[in-house]
Design a protein around this ligand. Structure first.
Ligand SMILES: C[S@@+](CC[C@H](N)C(=O)[O-])C[C@H]1O[C@@H](n2cnc3c(N)ncnc32)[C@H](O)[C@@H]1O
Length: 213
């Protein structure tokens, strides 16, 4: 089945965890993978929430010998569609010995691996703040002090949501915003705007303070 159809179907049935009706654009995928290209040394990479794989394909393009990749996806339909698509991808087949899949919530990913780069596409603004906190707790558990953690948010969504939503949703969005502020106190945050995406996004990367200085 065409990946746009798979994505739209999951958007309708699993709206909260899918977050968007259309997969990310190539420009968004490039911005989400910027951290991979900051070194020529092999890296251990975690991708969370690949969906139908637009970011995965870009990661695979950039993978070098010695890199390792773990792909974690909550939704079994996405995981199935992704594995089917990747089986025909030349870059996947070149690196497949170093790629593992985990189907389930990232909160349940086994923690024996520590990653250099984490690329997370979970739609945080759809989630209760307790879930956002649990997910970041997990990402921090899988990190070392130089790990780059990249995630995104739809531009203006929290602000529009605050104005246009019912009280409950407004309060939830406020708590998510407060949580993001606590991250900014701990990390330096680099942000890249991507306008060529449905809908435009801010791609945030939490970087170790000394590197961002
Ligand atoms: C906005 S879509 C992004 C899909 C794809 N990366 C893209 O850019 O088009 C969010 C993805 O995160 C997955 N997801 C949501 N919550 C998750 C969780 N707790 N653990 C792992 N994956 C999750 C969804 O199933 C979906 O594939």
């Amino acid at each position: 089945m065409n990946e746009h159809i798979v994505f739209f179907r999951e958007f309708l049935t699993e709206f909260k965890s899918t977050g968007s009706a259309i997969p990310s654009s190539p420009w968004a995928a490039k911005a989400m993978t910027n951290s991979l290209r900051r070194t020529t040394r092999p890296q251990n990479i975690l991708e969370v929430g690949p969906g139908t794989g637009p970011v995965t394909v870009k990661i695979l393009e950039d993978m070098i010998d010695g890199d390792k990749l773990t792909i974690c996806e909550l939704n079994p339909s996405f995981m199935q569609a992704l594995q089917k698509k990747l089986s025909k991808d030349e870059n996947f087949n070149r690196h497949k010995e170093n790629i593992t899949f985990f189907q389930g919530p990232v909160q349940e990913l086994p923690t024996e691996e520590i990653f250099d780069v984490i690329i997370c596409a979970i739609p945080f603004t759809n989630l209760p703040v307790s879930a956002v906190e649990d997910i970041f707790k997990k990402l921090e558990l899988c990190s070392h002090r130089n790990t780059h953690i990249t995630f995104f948010e739809y531009i203006g969504l929290r602000q529009i949501g605050r104005i246009a939503s019912i009280k409950e949703r407004r309060e939830r969005l406020d708590r998510v915003s407060q949580f993001f502020e606590t991250l900014e106190a701990k990390y330096k945050k680099e942000t890249k705007r991507v306008w060529l995406n449905f809908t435009p996004i801010n791609v945030h990367t939490l970087v170790p303070s000394e590197e961002a200085a």
